[in-house]
Design a protein around this ligand. Structure first.
Ligand code: IPM
Ligand code: MG
Length: 356
């Protein structure tokens, strides 16, 4: 197969980790007889420096006309003083909306070779951590009206949180379909004791659930969920939640696996084109030093093959190569506490590539 992939290297460690992921994709292409054509799409702080905006139209066009998009990470202190409408993150939010990517999937799974890095008590971790957070990605307070005004001699800021039924329904369907392929349990997370958006969320998810009688549906308040994720993560299979709650809970979920540098994510809408990225940030403090862990991005590339290109065997090959490299003892700095040999970003990429 021939596939074009828009490449957003981004800022900080972004270019290093994406380069390693492209190397792994090339190894897959060679082994399975595919051709991947890469098209550069600048976004983030580097795009602000070069074009004055975080997402130039030409980059958006490249993403919209490619078969899928692979992203490293955007942002950094250099652009912190940009006006809020021109921050690197705005490029990412604009891209998500323009591509219609309403579902963000972030797996929280513990790698058996890395269990020593898990910050939870061993008896809790031993019950298993293997769930996915399905986050609504282009609605809610992220995309409501934002304003700051002068009222009665002081500044007043407002962010509107809004959800329509169709926005809830479509992401709920994704969660139930995913649960069908897993352990058949959906936990919908809201704040229905306080928020109208959450009451509509709960009602709509409950309606969608009727179409999936084989899947169990539980509802949980977000504050309780934050607690349950560290108290007993084994109770979760598929979590579905709105944009802001999902942002917060997915960081918590990744941290309990002990390896935020290893976790990929997919963002999808209708159709097969998606945006794939590691869930960690641009880590400017270690940028350009060959210290970053490329595994999150490499596993994001595997997700792209599986979900956008329907290449299950190829995705399996990448995941097996990552497992094999870990078993062989290769460790980047962020996961070194689990024992093994310290390697840099390039060496980890090579260790994985050579095991494809
Ligand atoms: C994420 C990030 C983004 C978000 C930022 C960079 C805008 O935290 O992908 O989780 O809040 O969605
Ligand atoms: Mg986040």
């Amino acid at each position: 197969m021939n596939k074009t992939i828009a490449i957003i290297k981004g800022d900080g460690i972004g270019p290093e980790i994406v380069t390693e992921a492209m190397g792994v994709l090339d190894a897959v292409a060679a082994k399975f007889g595919h051709t991947f054509t890469y098209r550069d799409a600048p976004m983030g702080g580097n795009a602000i420096d070069a074009f004055g905006v975080p997402l130039p139209d030409s980059s958006l066009e490249t993403c919209l006309s490619s078969d899928s998009v692979l992203l490293g990470a955007v942002g950094g202190p250099k652009w912190d003083s940009q006006p809020s409408a021109n921050r690197p993150e705005r490029g990412l939010l604009k891209l998500r909306a323009a591509m219609g990517l309403y579902t963000n999937v972030r797996p929280a799974r513990m790698f058996s070779d890395l269990s020593a890095a898990c910050p939870l008590r061993p008896d809790i971790a031993a019950r298993g951590i293997d769930f996915v957070v399905v986050r609504e990605l282009i609605g809610g307070v992220y995309f409501g009206e934002h304003s700051t005004e002068e009222v009665d001699g002081e500044q007043k800021a407002t962010d509107i949180m809004a959800y329509s039924e169709h926005e809830i329904r479509r992401v709920a369907h994704v969660a139930f379909q995913m649960a069908r392929k897993r352990r058949k349990r959906v936990t919908s997370i809201d704040k229905a004791n306080v928020l109208d958006t959450s009451r509509l969320w709960r009602k709509t998810v409950t309606e969608v659930a009727r179409e999936y009688p084989d899947v169990e549906l539980l509802h949980m308040y977000v504050d309780n969920a934050a607690m349950q994720i560290v108290r007993d993560p084994s109770q979760f299979d598929v979590i579905v939640t709105e944009n802001l709650f999902g942002d917060i809970l997915s960081d918590e979920a990744s941290q309990i696996t002990g390896s935020i540098g290893m976790i990929p994510s997919s963002s999808m809408g209708e159709g097969t084109r998606g945006l794939y990225e590691p869930i960690h940030g641009s880590a400017p403090d270690i940028a350009g030093q060959n210290k970053a862990n490329p595994i999150g991005t490499i596993l994001a590339a595997a997700m792209m093959l599986r979900f956008s290109f329907d290449m299950a065997a190829e995705a399996d090959a990448i995941e097996a190569a990552v497992d094999a490299a870990l078993k062989a003892g290769f460790r980047c700095g962020d996961i070194l506490q689990t024992g093994g040999t310290l390697v840099g970003c390039r060496e980890m990429g090579e260790a994985i590539r050579s095991r494809i």
